[in-house]
Design a protein around this ligand. Structure first.
Ligand code: ADP
Ligand code: MG
Length: 695
């Protein structure tokens, strides 16, 4: 209890240390989203600095989330010269605004490097915190990062905008149900994080893990995950000690690390925090990924956040549990008990269904990257088809709504929207479907498509905005209604009829579903270059513009960056493969070939009658695989050259997928064939067996 939040400049600390009036003003901004009053900045800065310096901080940094998907920081000391000595100072100006230059971050054409002005602006809705690494303590101030012209250069600003949009529309809908108390609705997220651990010794011997975060070669070990003995198994001491330190670091930062367990694949684990407001959950997920990696090193481990570090066993994802709650204390996706509450719940539920169906392509695009291409649709993660799981009970209610089963009645001036035909809903529908990409789980939706390395910002920007849009359409219609009790069920029926196709309660991993989804007209987008196109459709541009989340330029810049990133990732992987093949795998094969040839000669020299068929057969197999590897290295080099010459970014991404990546698969097959032939002491790389099972 003492440890929790000790490194966070949270509201309790502010209340204790700030003058009363200043605290009240700041709290209004934090809780109610009112504009920040700049006149309080100097006081807050000084108090924040004193608090940080008492805890050993010498530097501060504006901590921001550029479009790389990770976090960025540039440290400045509090040092200020004074009469030949020095003072520790921190001004309101320094707190509110930073000018980190930062011209080397991807901006997707939003600013030219010659006018490299990027600004960071204090986001007081997310608390400042201390980053401790050994003796080094740094005050981190969460900020938004934007260009001189006000365009968002980061993943934070649009997330905050999308939360605003959702709040505005959700409050309108709450008003329809007679709610006069709620003034804000906030989306909430709990992000479950999966990861792998490998021993540092092995990691350092694998150029592919170092450069690409995943194994580009490697034949499957004799045992995989088939015994299902790792999932929820006893956590080994070494890992448990690691987890303990991760938890403590996170608790100090006010991150509610709650659940931990072994995951399905050997060497794979999960950490889940308790849900929070989406912007804080996003910051905290970044901290979780950072701490997972940093603490691992202290235990001579390396934490892999890649979506698919090892072929042949499960990859890692991130489950994004999402709901929305009002500031009068309701979870709007909680079914509740009374019919009246049910009507409100059903309206929000239908908004989600409508949003997911209408913008399935956008949701898909928000989970697209080179790493996640190995998972989506590969029988371990949700397929590339977006559908919604409701559970038996809600699916049945949806059926009733489609058939017009919801009746309305008014008594004594009190609004009572008749869902009397519907059963009261229990708080938590316990049935679960693990294969659905967007599953209702009692009082929230779980979006399961995210990759483990993702910033959760992108997917949540999409979720918030598309649901804001659906709620807006509902509010636009019903605010005009003269008879809500009659018009609401009609509208819900209309929505249900139109969007029921996206609801699927069966096994999403089955081939039948792929066929069925096609019949229903649902999108099935298999890879990143295709999926990303969904981000910049006419509909998407309009959606984000209407809700003030991205202007067209901002949206296109993101698209460009993501297409580019895809190309860069595959390029790095291809180059690493070529390098490994040429510098270690082929040389190892040549050496072993020599060993075999030497053996044949040596044995035959003793007596020509001796049987050397084993050596000869092995040498034949080896030579075939070796020749193929050599041929495919050349072919990969050629494919890479050709792809790199393509000017058009979109076409280039397709070439990387269809030509370069395809060749990489062939080269991998050769490398893995060689691994199966070559003797252990001649093989230059740690094996899957070592990396996955020896922790
Ligand atoms: P499971 O493994 O069954 O999916 P977990 O308990 O591991 O479930 O994770 C559920 C996650 O959902 C937790 O992070 C939890 O805090 C989060 N969660 C619970 N209620 C909400 C809510 N109202 N909004 C967002 N997330 C929520
Ligand atoms: Mg889950």
């Amino acid at each position: 209890m003492e440890m929790f939040g000790q490194n966070v400049f949270n509201q309790a600390v502010m209340k204790e240390r700030l003058p009363k009036a200043v605290f009240k003003t700041l709290k209004k901004t934090i809780d109610e989203g009112l504009p920040l009053d700049p006149s309080i900045a100097d006081v807050v800065a000084t108090v924040m600095k004193d608090w940080a310096v008492e805890r050993g901080a010498t530097h501060f940094t504006h901590w921001f989330q550029p479009m790389t998907g990770i976090t960025a920081e540039k440290h400045d000391s509090f040092l200020s010269p004074s009469d030949g000595g020095a003072l520790m100072e921190f001004s309101g100006k320094e707190l509110i605004k930073g000018e980190p230059d930062a011209s080397s971050f991807p901006s997707g054409g939003l600013r030219a490097t010659f006018e490299a002005r990027g600004y960071t602006a204090w986001d007081c809705t997310s608390p400042a915190f201390l980053k401790e690494d050994g003796d080094v303590v740094t005050l981190c101030i969460p900020t938004a990062f934007c260009s001189y012209t006000g365009e968002a250069l980061d993943k934070k600003t649009p997330l905050l905008r999308s939360m605003e949009a959702l709040s505005t529309q959700a409050v309108r809908v709450l008003r329809l149900f007679g709610n006069t108390t709620a003034t804000r609705v906030t989306s909430t997220v709990g992000a479950e994080q999966e990861y792998f651990l490998v021993d540092k010794e092995y990691y350092l011997q694998r150029p592919d893990l170092i450069m690409a975060g995943r194994t580009l070669f490697g034949t499957m070990s004799t045992k995989g995950q088939e015994l299902e003995d790792h999932y929820f198994g006893t956590i080994k001491d070494r890992v448990l000690n690691y987890m303990k330190e991760v938890n403590e670091e996170l608790w100090k930062l006010g991150v509610t690390a709650k659940t931990q367990h072994n995951e399905v694949a050997p060497g794979q684990f999960e950490l889940a925090p308790i849900f929070e407001n989406t912007n804080i959950a996003t910051d905290h997920n970044q901290m979780i990924m950072d701490i997972l990696k940093r603490v691992a090193i202290r235990h001579d481990l390396v934490c892999l956040l890649h979506e698919k570090p090892f072929a042949g066993v499960n990859g890692s994802g991130k489950h994004n549990n999402w709901s929305m709650s009002s500031n009068d204390g309701q979870n709007l996706l909680d079914p509740g008990h009374t019919p009246h509450e049910n009507a409100q719940f059903l309206t929000f539920l239908m908004a989600v269904i409508k949003a997911v169906d209408t913008y399935a392509g956008l949701l898909r695009s928000s989970c697209a990257n080179a790493g996640n291409d190995h998972r989506l649709g590969a029988n371990e993660a949700p397929p590339a088809i977006i559908s919604v799981f409701l559970g038996e009970q809600l699916a049945d209610i949806l059926d009733q709504i489609v058939k017009g089963g919801a009746k309305t009645s008014t008594t004594g001036g009190e609004m009572k929207i008749g869902v009397s035909t519907l059963p009261a809903l229990p708080k938590d529908t316990t049935d679960r479907n693990r294969t659905s990409p967007f599953a209702f789980t009692g009082n929230k939706f779980e979006f399961r498509m995210l990759g483990s390395s993702f910033s959760i910002s992108g997917p949540n920007i999409v979720i918030n905005t598309i649901i804001a849009d659906a709620l807006k359409e509902i509010a636009d219609k019903l605010e005009k209604s003269k008879n809500l009790n009659a018009d609401l069920p009609k509208l819900l029926q209309e929505i249900a009829k139109k969007h029921q196709r996206v609801v699927f309660n069966g096994n999403n991993y089955s081939d039948e579903w792929v066929k069925e989804a096609k019949k229903r007209g649902l999108l099935n987008i298999p890879n990143t270059p295709e999926a990303l196109k969904q981000l910049v459709t006419k509909e998407a541009v309009k959606l984000f513009k209407d809700h003030g989340v991205f202007n067209e330029k901002e949206l296109h810049s993101r698209y460009e960056i993501m297409v580019e990133q895809y190309v860069k990732v595959i390029n790095i992987e291809a180059l690493t493969m070529i390098d490994m093949a040429k510098k270690s795998i082929i040389p190892a094969a040549l050496e072993y070939a020599t060993t075999l040839a030497t053996s044949i000669n040596a044995v035959t020299a003793v007596s020509a009658k001796l049987n050397v068929s084993a050596q000869t057969e092995l040498l034949e197999e080896l030579s075939t695989a070796l020749a193929s590897a050599n041929k495919n290295v050349k072919a990969l080099e050629k494919a890479l050259d050709a792809a790199l010459k393509i000017d058009d970014a979109e076409k280039q991404a397709v070439a990387f997928r269809e030509k370069v990546f395809a060749k990489m698969l062939e080269l991998r097959a050769d490398g893995d064939a060689l691994e199966r032939i070559i003797a252990a002491d001649h093989w230059p790389l740690p094996t899957y067996g070592e990396m996955l099972f020896i922790l």
